[in-house]
Design a protein around this ligand. Sequence first.
Ligand code: PLP
Length: 376
Amino acid sequence: MNPLKAMPGWKDKILFTPGPLTTSRTVKQALLRDLGSRDTEFIETVRFIRRRLLELGHVGDAGYEAVLMQGSGTFGIEAVVSSTIPPDGKLLVIINGAYGHRIAKIASILKIGVVKLEYPEDSCPDLEQIEETLKHDPAITHVAVVHCETTTGIMNPVGEIGGIVHRAGRVYFVDAMSSFGAVPMDLARCHIDYLVSSANKCIEGVPGFSFILARKEPFLKTEGYARSLSLDLFGQWKGLESNGQFRFTPPTHAILAFQQALLELEAEGGVEGRAARYQKNYQTLTAGMSGMGFQEYLPRDRQGYIITSYLYPEHPKFSFEEFYRRLNQRDQVIYPGKVSNANCFRIGNIGRIFEADIRTLLAAIREVIDEMGVVL
Ligand SMILES: *Cc1c(COP(=O)(O)O)cnc(C)c1O
């Protein structure tokens, strides 16, 4: 099929996934331009974005810096791990899902000393154990945790962990990829030194870059720590500070789209407004799914409103592949699970989706399980 011919009638499927997500038409339209990387308009856009990101983290005037990094979210995480930990540093990673494991894997590939505290995917970390571990291993210099573990949708207590890390005098790193922009977050109050998120999650931009919010005090001491040229966080920041430019080709289109996405976030009432829409999506989803007899993987009190994991129905006629395929034919895209000890699928509440979209999805799920002969 000729893709140009397909355009006029094109209608995208709706993505109930952890990212990339459904974006607004106006965000997509914002990237229909070509700007040079040294163009003053582009440099102004980058400056606007960096300032606005700090404000979203409640640190607009509190000693933090925002750095944009080409690549997906993992590139931003790798930039922090590879370039803020000193040569003799050691990282404690608190793990209760696949993204926690990924942070530890990045550190071990870089031959950085790692200690892991692992918890089941449906459980929150043990705060006392974190405190004890820091007390008994003075070699640990940095601590990392994931805010919303997108593996299941569980929310980790980043503020309480931050208090422990701060009292122990260590540097604190939070992967807030799937929560930033939709869950209120005050970096200074949570004692977060480095936070990473990306363009295509709750701020509802298109993929192309990640961003790092860094507390200046520890960050400015990291010059020379980088173990990679392209992911050198300090080098990237210096480039942005000196002339407003990226060191290497910037994702100009993704940045234009992101500027538009930030304006739309503001128009929606900021983080609180977006949180309210996602919560409504979540409530509509969980009420509808429970009404049909689907079981959630996590207990309700640990679940966030970002993404929900459902256990496969125990019925011989249920097959995830078939369920997925039939929903996909109806333009509804859900996501497979990632939990190690249970068969799950996931439904995201994030992106440019509204209560009416969730109702459409629920109606499609009803039709599909009836067609398949699955009785719940
Ligand atoms: C999406 C996500 C990432 C990054 O994934 P990329 O595919 O590299 O964008 C990292 N951590 C969490 C918690 C995520 O949800």
